[in-house]
Design a protein around this ligand. Sequence first.
Ligand code: V47
Length: 364
Amino acid sequence: MDAYIERAGLGHILEKVRGEERLSLEDGIILYNHPDILALGYLANIVRERINGNQAFFIYNQHINYSNICTNLCKFCAFGRKKEDELAYEMSVAEVQAKVRERLDEPISEIHMVGGIHPDLPFSYYLELLRGIKDVRPEVHIQAFTCVEIHHLAQLAGLPVDRTLEALVDAGLGSLPGGGAEVFSPRIRQLTCKDKLSGEGWLDVARTAHRLGMRTNATMLYGHIETMEERLEHLDALRRTQDETDGFLAFIPLAFHPRNTEMAQHADTTGISDLKNIAVSRLMLDNFPHIKAYWVMIGPKLAQVALAFGADDMDGTVKEEKITHMAGAETAQAMGHKTLIRLIREAGRQPVQRDTLYTVLTTY
Ligand code: V47
């Protein structure tokens, strides 16, 4: 295989990967522009197996989107709605509790909860949401509110971000999901989500959470108007932040779904670009423990293949995913844990059911 990688012109990158030397942004550009996906997969798999061996993780989780009302209305988003829109909704604490109660007979270890930037729900609503979930399911880990939501909640609370996070943790928050990062480039934010918290602002919230000992995830929304350079700058900003804090757990590349958005003229991403984003992020983010192939966005079959291209995690059972499905995703709304185990086994990996912080719950 080494001769094959040499012939593909990637010998110098193989040497760096074997020597655990950090790849430069120029290396990243070479990788993104390289047509040989098997060569990229081979390189990414070296890092994947060094960090995670043959294990492939999944979680028994439940997604809840408490409201789609949003003042940001990003052009790539089909989920957010103005308050007066007929499809706008917001769930009461009792309604969220009912969603949690519906699945009490399942061994769910994590509730993943995000929503829009709501113009007038008070800070107390968010505290009550967390407490309400914990009342129904005390042992569950709540991974909720993106860095963008946390910044908004701090403004609502009139508190600095660290004090806001402390109040939320006190009410039951466990960790932050990776959404809202999009692409950090000011150019992309200006063109696609000009009212959203800046990339620097997003990273500041993540840093503050890490300083308090919280773990958080990170994402990148790819496949729209961003350049390769902008993707690599995004990855580099995450890599530098992780050098400082070591608080990120997983990176999740998110494939842009254009339908029902203001950017509907774009084509769907392809299997090769999905695999490339997994492989390049595994290679560039040498200090991130986990790379997730989020089956909801790239489909279960490609997520399975991605386990050989740098990914070590398939996310989980999910159920009732709204953000991608409003934007035209054709994947199912939920996946049984038996299916996840079968997908992982047939990929030649060892299925490991984890909790949010990657503690091993069951090895199959
Ligand atoms: O923040 C919005 C993105 C994110 C679209 O942390 C879109 O483990 C594709 O962040 N096409 C929410 N993506 C999802 C998310 C996530 C999902 C699963 C696991 C984790 C984790 C995080 O979805 C948003 C935004 O970046 N998004 N619209 C769209 N049309």
